[in-house]
Structures are given as structure tokens and as C-alpha cells.
Design a protein around this ligand. Structure first.
Ligand code: URP
Ligand code: ZN
Ligand code: ZN
Length: 467
């Protein structure tokens, strides 16, 4: 299955790359194909797809007074289990730090530890003369995209003037600007006022992060993109009103893109209340605290997001994998939701959760491949090597069994380094059978058989969505 169609075929791998895609019954130098190769994987009745590319993960991210609980080792192994063969993680530059130093540190964290291939985006946590001057040099390092934050003042933040300057550099160089579009200063005031009224439970995280402030920030980012000519990629879109802004900008001819995440397709603010009898939920709700937040199901965001995936108003699905345990991590925010480390862990489940959209008739099989592999490869300058089953491409391949089944949850399918799952109890009609990463089988029928350090750094080119 590719982003453009499906057919019965044999895929011939040679070492780390794909050698040929052959019609069934093809021979090799006059010999039967199966007799001419070392290993045969029988995928009869199953889908053979390009390995998943999760273009938004945060392994080991220092955030909220702690660090994301998956290391590059545990997180990439969980990704492999779930049919993802490449991640693009975010190297972090904090305000006052040199971009080069932040990036070097991220290379140290990842090198030799990953189960699958990995690339980096650059977080620019502080936009100043030094970081602006460092941006163009990222391209030679194989890092063709950087993220700024309109949220999180005092942690990672850029004001409009800083965004303008960074986008001007992006427009000049071909770097792709990624934006966390939420109006942080306003959200922080709303959060403070809720706390003052004693509204401290995790539920109020979602109340404070009002959709109006996602719509507003998305619009502001779009207009700065229009002004500067820098293409824009808005990360983790959750509000239907933000989608409408992106659709409007695209209809006006702007080169802007949106990413959503499985949590915004399936989960809602009301789910976050859980089974609690208390009006505003109990602390269990902290499991689902992420930014942008889960949106109310009464407003129809989730339905709108699936629709946007069909109409191409949203182009990609990544996880924003940013796991924190309840114990000693999420619990930092007991009594004050502002201190709950933000993030949900999903890197293992993205391919399954999105396949469920095929089962329920929300997206086509081809769109599944496009959203989870082919567009991420093109968007972030890896296509040809990644995101496609074609001669010369890396042999990153998943055999997916539509007749199989996957039960998600702690003690079931759950290999992420977390003491809970935001997806506890989810049942998937489908199963990741075999995962091949650059020609090596790393997952075989539920068993991980790869080795730490199999994954290599991917030097990315410029986005193939630049015009
Ligand atoms: O809640 C989230 N999304 N945590 C990760 C940091 C970010 O903003 O992507
Ligand atoms: Zn973000
Ligand atoms: Zn993120």
C-alpha cells in the first residue's frame, strides 16, 4: 500500500535498501524469486506499508521541573513495536543558550541508543541575535525545521517581534517554521485566576487553554507567515477553529500546514474527568494533561479533525509523544494544575490508532499511509529515502495484519516507559506483525529482536513542500 494506491507485489530487499518491487510471480534471472533469496517473509493477506514516521516526539525532554520518562532507548524501541521506523525529535535550545550547544547535547542523548532512525528539529526556546545567526547553519547539520512557542512564557517563548525575525530568516534560507500556536500570556492569566478561585484540578488545565487562544495564535502565525513569505507548519492542532484558520489560509494560497495527534481525534476534555464522582474530576485527569489540551466533545472538535484529515485541511498525524509517569512526575501538580508536566505518550500506538480510522471508515487505506509516513517524509526532507516503498529507498517496512488484534494498556501492549497509559482499554482491529528497519527485522510478531543503537541519525534535506 502506498499513498497513491494498492497492488499485490513482492518487495525485494538487498541489505539496507529496497532493490525492487515486483509483480507477483516475477522471476529473478530466470529463477523463482523465493528460491533466489536468503529470507522470505510471507505477507499474504496482509498490508505491506512504508515504516511509520513520527515527526513529533520529545524523548527525555526537560519540562515542568522533570524530564520526559522515555529515553531515546526506551522510546524508540516502543516506537518500533508500534510500526514506526523513524522519529523526528526536538533538540532543545533554551533562552540564553547557544543553539549549537543545545543540538550537540541532543546528539549525545540519542547517539548509540536508538532502535530506529531518528532526525531532529530544533526548538528555539529563546530568539535573540545569537540564535537567529545560528539558524542558517542548521541546514548543513541536516536539520531543516525549527519550532517556536507562542505559549509557555518564561520557559520556551517567542513574542511577535521575535517570530517575525525568525520567519524572515526562514524565508531567506528554506528552513521550515514550526509553531506551537497558543496565546501563552493570556492562558497564564486565565490559569492564575482559576487557581485563585480554588479550581486546581487537572480538568482546569483544559479550561484555561481556551480554544479562542489557539484560534487567535494560529491566525497570528498565519499572518506573520504571509507577511514574511515563510511557510508555516502548525504543530498539535486540536481546536476546530484553528483548523478553519489553516483552511482559510490555504484557500488563500498560503503555504501553511497543520499536524494533529491521535489524542485530538479520540479523546476529549470530558474523558479527562474519568470515573470520578467529583464535579471537576480528580487527579487521575493529570494523565491527559497536554498542550494544546484535549477539547470538549460537546463542541465537536474530534469529528471536525477527522474530517480535516480527509479534506487535507490537516496534512499529518504525529504523536507529540511526551510521556510523564504519574508517580513523582504528574503528581508535581497535585493542588495546582499548572505544575503538572504537560504531555501524553503515544509513540507506540499511532499506527494502530490511525489504522482504526480506516476500519471505521474515517480515512482510506492510502490516506493512512500518506498521513503517517509519506507526507512526514516529504514535509521534513526525507522522501525517497523514507516514506515510500520503491527501489533505492531505505528498507523500512511494516507488515500489518488487518485480521489481527491489538489490546492497548499497561500489562497488554505497552512498552513505553510510563506507569499508566492514556490509551488504557483501547482495542484495535489490526496488528503490527513485522517491522523492518533498514533491512533488519526488529519486531517479529510482537517480539522486539533489534539491538540498541541500530538507529542512525538521518540528515534531512529541505522540506519538499517549499515552492
Ligand atoms: O503537552 C505537550 N505538548 N508537551 C510537549 C511540549 C509541546 O508543547 O509540544
Ligand atoms: Zn508544543
Ligand atoms: Zn511537542
Amino acid at each position: 500500500v502506498s499513498a497513491t494506491g494498492r497492488s499485490a507485489a513482492d518487495v525485494l530487499l538487498d541489505g539496507e535498501t529496497i532493490a525492487a518491487v515486483l509483480a507477483p510471480g516475477s522471476t529473478l534471472l530466470g529463477h523463482d524469486l523465493a528460491a533466489s533469496v536468503d529470507t522470505v517473509i510471507d505477507a499474504t493477506g496482509k498490508y505491506v506499508i512504508p515504516g511509520g514516521i513520527d515527526a513529533h516526539t520529545h524523548m527525555q525532554l526537560p519540562f515542568g521541573g522533570t524530564s520526559a520518562s522515555d529515553t531515546f532507548e526506551t522510546g524508540t524501541r516502543a516506537a518500533a513495536w508500534g510500526g514506526t521506523t523513524t522519529i523526528v525529535d526536538f533538540a532543545v535550545q533554551r533562552a540564553g543558550e547557544r543553539v549549537q550547544d543545545g543540538l550537540a547535547h541532543w546528539h549525545e542523548l540519542a547517539a548509540g541508543n536508538c532502535a530506529i532512525d531518528y532526525g531532529f528539529h530544533q526548538i528555539v526556546g529563546g530568539v535573540d541575535a545569537g540564535s537567529l545567526a545560528a539558524l542558517p547553519g542548521l541546514i548543513d547539520e541536516g536539520i531543516s525545521s525549527f519550532k517556536m512557542f507562542m505559549a509557555y512564557p518564561g520557559v520556551f517563548y517567542a513574542d511577535d517581534a521575535q517570530i517575525l525575525r525568525a520567519m524572515q530568516v526562514a524565508a531567506d534560507t528554506g528552513l521550515l517554521t514550526m509553531m506551537h500556536a497558543e496565546n501563552g500570556p493570556v492562558i497564564d492569566v486565565l490559569a492564575e485566576q482559576l487557581i485563585e478561585k480554588g479550581k486546581t484540578s487537572p480538568y482546569f488545565h483544559g479550561v484555561a487553554r481556551a480554544w479562542q487562544m489557539e484560534e487567535e495564535a494560529t491566525h497570528r502565525a498565519i499572518m506573520l507567515s504571509h507577511l514574511t513569505g515563510a511557510p508555516l507548519y502548525v504543530v498539535h492542532v486540536s481546536a476546530k477553529q484553528a483548523v478553519e484558520q489553516l483552511a482559510w489560509a490555504r484557500d488563500n494560497g498560503q503555504n501553511v500546514f497543520g499536524e494533529t495527534c491521535p489524542q485530538y481525534l479520540y479523546l476529549s476534555l470530558e474523558d479527562q474527568l474519568g470515573a470520578s464522582s467529583e464535579e471537576w474530576g480528580d487527579f487521575e485527569g493529570a494523565k491527559w494533561v497536554c498542550s494544546t489540551p484535549l477539547r470538549s466533545k460537546h463542541e465537536g472538535h474530534q469529528h471536525h479533525m477527522w474530517q480535516a484529515l480527509r479534506t487535507n485541511d490537516i496534512q499529518m498525524v504525529s504523536t507529540d509523544h511526551c510521556p510523564f509517569c504519574m508517580k513523582d512526575q504528574k503528581t508535581l501538580g497535585q493542588g495546582d494544575f499548572r505544575a503538572i508536566p504537560n504531555g501524553i505518550g503515544s509513540v507506540e500506538h499511532r499506527m494502530d490508532l490511525m489504522y482504526q480510522g480506516v476500519v471505521t471508515g474515517q480515512i482510506t487505506l492510502e490516506r493512512w499511509v500518506e498521513l503517517t509516513s509519506t507526507t512526514p517524509a516529504r514535509m521534513f526532507g526525507m522522501y525517497g529515502k523514507k516514506g515510500v516503498i520503491a527501489p533505492g529507498a531505505d528498507a523500512d517496512i511494516v507488515v500489518y495484519d488487518p485480521a489481527g488484534h491489538t489490546s492497548i494498556g499497561v500489562g497488554k501492549t505497552h512498552h513505553m516507559n510510563m506507569d499508566h497509559s492514556a490509551w488504557e482499554g483501547y482495542e484495535i482491529d489490526g496488528h503490527v506483525d513485522t517491522v523492518i528497519s533498514r533491512g533488519k527485522v526488529v519486531v517479529d510478531d510482537g517480539s522486539y529482536i533489534g539491538t540498541k543503537g541500530d538507529g542512525r541519525f538521518v540528515k534531512r534535506g529541505l522540506s519538499q513542500y517549499l515552492i
